[in-house]
Design a protein around this ligand. Structure first.
Ligand code: SAM
Length: 282
């Protein structure tokens, strides 16, 4: 295991603070500081950056972010048992780590940062990971307050985020992510790297916001993708009936073929349909 600081090994930290993993909090801890440093480096240059980390737990990734030069880390953790371990890291890196105890889903992250630029880096709890990502992707105004998202997901979720048309994993998540960001999968992380090991492989995804995504009303885009992928095996002429508009005119105005299925429609195609839906309803 890498020795990146003078703090004790993570196994000792977990034992000393009685941080036995709780499934209800999605706790699968990374113990290898070589690996957490690799994740921290994959976020890009951290110097001069504030990093927001969700779910630091015993602090393996937190230590790596600080070691790799983050100017400041703001870590949001729901489990009070982890606070003691995080205080030790804070003492080791004076003035650079701020810990907020609470539910990341309820924290207004943009308001935490008074100095940019900001990167968000996290080994996310699986139970709230997708919702957190959607919250970050659906921010208004756009471009958002952060420069990038570097996030660990279950591999299957990572594949849905980066999927484009014709990919098996393509769906609503791929459309929203593809509309507003450039999304890439960087590398897989084997189950054995975690304590306790989860059931499936994980992957790191890196997303950078597009400065000028195609103009589109988010709610309309969500409605069109929900209708189309809600019946993904059906042709658009059938699946879009649920929108309760002249859906055949909508498909035609968007330049699409009514016999297409959702999985063959590009992000641009969904944006065009969302814009047609807006015009029809207003
Ligand atoms: N970052 C650590 C690591 O890589 O070893 C821990 C990652 S573990 C997968 C997820 C962490 O998120 C846990 O520490 C858990 O307590 C915390 N967590 C779970 N739900 C949360 C929430 N809603 N808000 C903030 N933290 C949460």
């Amino acid at each position: 295991m890498a020795q990146i600081d003078d703090l004790p090994p993570l196994r000792d930290v977990i034992e000393r603070h009685d941080l036995r993993a709780k499934k209800s909090l999605g706790q699968n801890f990374l113990l290898d500081l070589n690996l957490t440093c690799r994740i921290a480096r994959s976020a890009g240059d951290l110097t001069n950056h504030t990093v927001i980390e969700v779910g630091p737990g015993p602090g393996g990734l937190t230590r790596a972010l600080l070691h790799e030069g983050a100017k400041r880390v703001i870590a949001i953790e729901m489990d009070p048992r982890a606070l003691g371990a995080l205080e030790e890291i804070s003492a080791h890196y004076p003035g650079r780590l701020e810990v907020i105890e609470g539910d990341a889903l309820k924290v207004d992250m943009a308001s935490l940062v008074d100095e940019g630029p900001v990167r968000i880096v996290a080994n996310l709890p699986y139970n709230v990971g997708t919702q957190l990502l959607l919250n970050w992707l659906e921010l208004d105004p756009w471009p958002p307050f952060y420069e990038s998202l570097t996030l660990m997901f279950q591999k299957e979720v990572a594949e849905r985020i980066i999927a484009t048309e014709e990919d098996k994993a393509y769906g609503r998540l791929g459309v929203i992510a593809g509309w507003r960001t450039h999304a890439d999968k960087l590398f897989d992380v084997a189950k054995e790297c975690f304590s306790p090991p989860p059931k499936v492989t994980s992957s790191i995804v890196h997303l950078t916001p597009k400065a000028n995504p195609l103009p589109c009303n988010l709610r309309s885009l969500e409605q069109v993708t929900a209708a189309a992928f809600g019946q993904r095996r059906k042709m658009l002429r059938q699946s879009l009936k649920s929108l309760n508009v002249d859906h055949l005119a909508l498909i035609e105005d968007a330049g699409l073929d009514p016999t297409q299925r959702a999985e063959t429609v590009s992000v641009e195609g969904f944006v065009a349909m969302a814009n047609c839906l807006d015009r029809m309803r207003n």
